[in-house]
Write a protein that binds this ligand. Structure first.
Ligand code: UD1
Length: 416
C-alpha cells in the first residue's frame, strides 16, 4: 500500500490542467452498453475507478481499450453478470443495471460497496426500473433483474439521487414509449451523460432540470464524445491555492458548474476570477470563517465538504458545516484534529474553530474526498504529514502528486 509524504508550508504557484470528470466518465462508459456501434470517448481520466469500469465492461461483453485518455468501446454479445469482486470496490458499478436490462432484459449485479460514507442504498434505482416493467430478487448478495422490453413510465424519485437518475435515464433511452423522471438530479455529470446519449441518437429533454423527459428509441448508434472537466478536482485545487496562500491558474476549470463553491471561497476571502487563460485563484489578506450546508446541485456539493473544512481550519473565527446528503461523512475530522485543528462534530453538524497553524502528523485516509482534505491540510501544515491508505485518493484524482509538485508542492509517494 502507498502513502503520501508531504512537507508542508510552501505556497503553490503555477498552472494546473483540470482532468476529465470521473463522475461523468463512469456513467458515460456504462452507457456504451446501450449502443449498437463503436464509440470513442475522450478526456477520460486515468484513475482506478475508470480501470475497474473498463474491466467490468470487458467482462460484460463490451470490449474497451484505454489509451492516452481515450476509450474505444465496441459493444458485442452482452453477458448479464457483474461480479462482487469488481463491484465491491466501486459503488458506481450498479450503473450497469439499467443498461443491461434495457439491452438484454437480464442483469445479475452484486450489491455495491465503494466509499464508506453511509448506508447508500439503491432502492430508488430498483423502484424506478420496476415502474418500467423490471422485476428484482435478491440472491446471495446479488440483485437479479429481469424484464421484457422496458416500458416508459412516470417516475417520481424520493430524492434527487445522482446514480438513480443516471441508471433510469440510460434505461429509458431504449424503453418503449415516453419516460418522465421527476425530482431528478440536476448535477452537471447527469447533463453530460444526457448529452452523450443525445449524441448517440437518444431523445432527451429537460436534463439539468428536475423533470427529464425521455422518448425511447429502438437503437442508439456509436460516435465520439469528450467528457466534461472535473469540477471536484478543480474545486480541490482552488482550495489548495487558498490554504497554501499561493496563486494557481486552472486550465479547463468548469467555472459555472463550480459557482456554489466559488461563492463560498470568495466569502472566505479568496480572490477567484475567470481569465482568457483559465480560472485564477489566490488567497486575499485574511481567510474568514463561513458556514456551509451541502445540498444537491446547484447547492454546495458534498464532494467538496471535506476540502472546504480543511480551509476553514485555518480561517479567522468559527464556522459550521452541515452535511445533508450522507450520514457518515466526517471521517476526516479526527485526522484533521490530530494535525491541530479544532473541530467538534455533533450529528450531521461540525463546528470548526480556526487555528493559527496546523502541524504535520501521520494520518489515515478513509474515503476519497476525506483523503483530499488531508492532503490539503498537509500542504499547509508545518512539518511532515504522512497520508496513509491513499488508494482512496487514486480512485478519484489523476496524478495528484505530480500535478501538485509541478506547482511547488513537496510530496512523495512511498510504500507503507
Ligand atoms: C454520486 C457521486 C458521489 C457524490 C454523490 C452526491 C458518482 C459516481 N458518485 O454518488 O461522488 O457524493 O453523487 O452528489 O457520481 N439514496 C437512497 N436511495 C437510492 C439512491 C440514493 O436513499 O436509491 C441516498 C443516498 O444514500 C444518499 C443520497 O441519496 O444519502 C444521495 O445519493 P446519490 O445522489 O445517489 O449518490 P451517488 O449517485 O451514489
Amino acid at each position: 500500500m502507498d502513502k503520501l509524504v508531504i512537507e508542508g508550508g510552501v505556497p503553490l504557484t503555477g498552472v494546473i490542467e483540470v482532468s476529465g470528470a470521473k463522475n461523468a466518465a463512469l456513467p458515460i462508459l456504462f452507457a456504451s452498453i446501450l449502443l449498437d456501434g463503436p464509440v470513442s470517448i475522450s478526456n477520460v481520466p486515468d484513475l482506478r475507478d475508470i480501470h475497474t469500469t473498463l474491466k467490468l465492461l470487458n467482462l460484460l461483453g463490451c470490449a474497451c481499450d484505454y489509451q492516452n485518455g481515450r476509450v474505444e468501446a465496441r459493444p458485442g454479445d452482452l453477458l448479464p453478470e457483474a461480479p462482487y469482486d469488481l463491484v465491491r470496490t466501486m459503488r458506481a458499478s450498479v450503473l450497469c443495471l439499467g443498461p443491461l436490462l434495457a439491452r438484454i432484459g437480464r442483469a445479475r449485479v452484486a450489491l455495491p460497496g465503494g466509499c464508506a460514507i453511509g448506508a447508500r442504498p439503491v432502492d430508488q434505482h430498483l423502484k424506478g426500473l420496476e415502474r418500467m416493467g423490471a422485476s428484482f430478487q435478491l440472491e446471495e448478495g446479488y440483485i437479479l433483474g429481469r424484464c421484457r422490453r422496458l416500458k416508459g413510465a412516470h417516475i417520481i424519485l424520493d430524492m434527487p439521487t445522482v446514480g438513480g437518475t443516471e441508471n433510469l435515464l440510460m434505461a429509458a433511452a431504449l424503453a418503449e414509449g415516453e419516460t418522465v423522471l421527476e425530482n431528478a438530479a440536476r448535477e452537471p455529470e447527469v447533463v453530460d451523460l444526457a448529452n452523450f446519449l443525445r449524441a448517440c441518437g437518444a431523445q432527451i429533454e429537460g436534463h439539468g432540470t428536475p423533470s427529464i423527459r425521455i422518448r425511447g428509441v429502438p437503437t442508439l448508434h456509436g460516435g465520439e464524445y469528450a467528457v466534461m472537466p472535473d469540477r471536484i478536482e478543480a474545486g480541490t485545487f482552488l482550495v489548495a491555492a487558498g490554504i497554501t496562500g499561493g496563486e494557481l491558474l486552472l486550465r479547463h476549470c468548469p467555472f459555472e458548474e463550480l459557482e456554489a463553491v466559488i461563492l463560498k471561497l470568495r466569502s472566505m476571502g479568496m480572490e477567484i476570477s475567470q481569465t482568457p487563460e483559465g480560472t485564477l485563484a489566490r488567497r486575499g489578506a485574511t481567510l474568514h470563517a463561513t458556514d456551509v450546508t451541502t445540498q444537491p446541485y446547484p447547492g454546495f456539493p458534498t464532494d467538496m465538504q471535506a476540502q472546504i473544512m480543511a480551509l476553514m481550519c485555518l480561517a479567522d473565527g468559527a464556522g459550521v458545516v452541515e452535511e445533508s446528503i450522507f450520514e457518515n461523512r466526517y471521517m476526516h475530522v479526527q485526522e484533521l484534529n490530530r494535525m491541530g485543528a479544532r473541530i467538534r462534530v455533533s450529528g450531521y453538524t461540525a463546528m470548526i474553530r480556526g487555528v493559527q497553524k496546523l502541524t504535520g502528523a501521520p494520518v489515515m485516509a478513509s474515503d476519497l474526498r476525506a483523503s483530499a482534505s488531508l492532503v490539503l491540510a498537509g500542504l499547509a501544515a508545518r512539518g511532515t504529514t504522512e497520508v496513509r491508505r491513499i488508494y482512496h485518493l487514486d480512485r478519484g484524482y489523476e496524478r495528484i502528486e505530480s500535478k501538485l509538485n509541478a506547482v511547488g508542492a513537496r510530496i512523495r509517494r512511498e510504500r507503507e
